[in-house]
Design a protein around this ligand. Structure first.
Ligand code: UDP
Ligand code: MG
Length: 247
């Protein structure tokens, strides 16, 4: 693959998602094959195996034989979704990064619209928001409350920051200060660095294989604490203007 010509790097965190991987790679290929007038997109899938114990890494290696666009990064042990994103951003060779979950809850068919909006709007990032959320009512309630609190604390307007389906300009995403849990605040971090964020509606699907990795404590509670950390970062951000420099 010609590394300089890559348009798109899909960054996918994988933690015990073995049965989802083959359909995911196929659906991405279908979505990016170039049906709607444009030619096929030159892309790679950076799949970051976050210490899976269910054979996900072995499955990725098998898939790579038929899919050279698969670029595998494998962690020694589970390090969390933000670490997986960070490693994926570092490994990405495309000009644009699109993040999505490995569990097929995000629909790869939405990727072209996200990328088109990034190009059309000139924004630094485009965040998807799930219009017809296919999760349990309990999870949807948690998510609504968390988004409300987070937006208030961080003076944000992002509709659905828990939606992994997002597009970024690669150089912008490499500059972000990332700590565990910060994958939920990527749009806010982009804005803190002077970038702009657009939003587009995306589809959502129920999880067919495997289980969710989060419960109330490691999602809602930690995300609330993290919103205070982000608020602190926003308040303490360095703001200065250099008027002259005479070396
Ligand atoms: N994930 C990961 N490391 C973790 C937890 C999750 O790489 O420690 C991945 C997981 O495999 C999936 C994505 O992050 O691709 C989102 O996780 P999940 O679907 O469990 O979250 P939910 O949809 O319940 O918010
Ligand atoms: Mg999921």
């Amino acid at each position: 693959m010609n590394a300089t010509a890559l348009e798109l790097s899909l960054v996918v965190p994988v933690y015990n998602e073995r049965e989802n991987l083959a359909p995911l790679v196929d659906e991405i290929a279908t979505a990016l094959a170039g049906g709607g007038g444009g030619g096929a997109v030159r892309y790679e899938i950076v799949a970051v195996d976050d210490g899976s114990s269910d054979g996900s890494l072995e499955e990725l290696k098998v898939l790579k034989r038929a899919h050279p666009e698969l670029h595998i990064v494998s962690f020694a042990a589970n390090a969390g979704q933000t670490a997986a994103f960070a490693a994926g951003f570092k490994a990405a060779r495309g000009a644009i990064v699109v993040t999505l979950d490995a569990d097929l809850q995000n629909d790869p068919a939405d990727i072209p619209a996200l990328v088109a909006e990034l190009r059309r709007s000139g924004a630094t990032a485009v965040a998807g928001y799930r219009v017809n959320r296919r999760d349990t009512p309990w999870k949807r309630v948690q998510s609504r409350i968390a988004n409300g609190i987070r937006n208030r604390l961080n003076q944000e307007t992002i509709r659905d920051t828990g939606c992994s389906l997002k597009a970024f300009r690669t150089e912008a995403v490499r500059d972000l200060p990332l700590f565990a849990g910060m994958h939920r605040f990527l749009p806010t971090l982009i804005k803190m660095n002077g970038g702009t964020v657009a939003e587009v509606p995306v589809r959502h699907r129920p999880r067919r294989y495997g289980a969710s990795k989060y419960g109330m404590w490691n999602r809602a509670f930690r995300a609330l604490l993290d919103a205070f950390v982000v608020r602190w970062m926003q308040r303490r951000a360095l703001r200065y203007t250099v008027t002259e420099e005479l070396p």
